[in-house]
Design a protein around this ligand. Structure first.
Ligand SMILES: [Zn+2]
Length: 129
């Protein structure tokens, strides 16, 4: 693996690709999917990971409503934290602009990135389609 590839698979690059409208995931030769940062496949340990386009939409598999949030998310509470199935990979994100009762098992979502002054790191967000 070259240094350039490793940099391209950082969490920041992953968020940047989502913002650019070109989200990707990492696939190993066995077909397992994972998301950055990764150097090896978490399922089989393969070290040859290739970036592939992420499916455009995913479906909520699990969700929970957060009523008491950390300071960085206080303005958004109550909000939903969800795990969404995007085919080869599952992503964990928050649904900030949607009433919690509108998020349920199977809700179709797109993925985006939200940056605010209160949060040091970009936040993975889901938007119901
Ligand atoms: Zn694998």
């Amino acid at each position: 693996m070259t240094g350039e590839e490793a940099a391209a698979w950082s969490h920041d690059a992953f968020c940047g690709a989502i913002e650019a409208g070109e989200p990707f995931y990492l696939a190993c030769p066995e077909g397992h999917g994972s998301v950055p940062p990764r150097r090896v496949c978490p399922d089989c340990g393969a070290q040859s990971l290739t970036d592939r386009p992420l499916p455009e939409t995913g479906r909520v598999q699990a969700s929970t409503v957060v009523h008491v949030a950390t300071a960085a998310f206080a303005e958004s509470a109550p909000y939903v934290t969800a795990i969404a199935d995007f085919g080869p990979v599952s992503l964990t994100g928050v649904v900030t602009e949607t009433p919690p009762e509108e998020v349920e098992y199977g809700t179709e979502v797109t993925v985006g990135i939200e940056r605010t002054d209160e949060r040091a790191r970009p936040t993975l967000v889901f938007e119901p389609k």
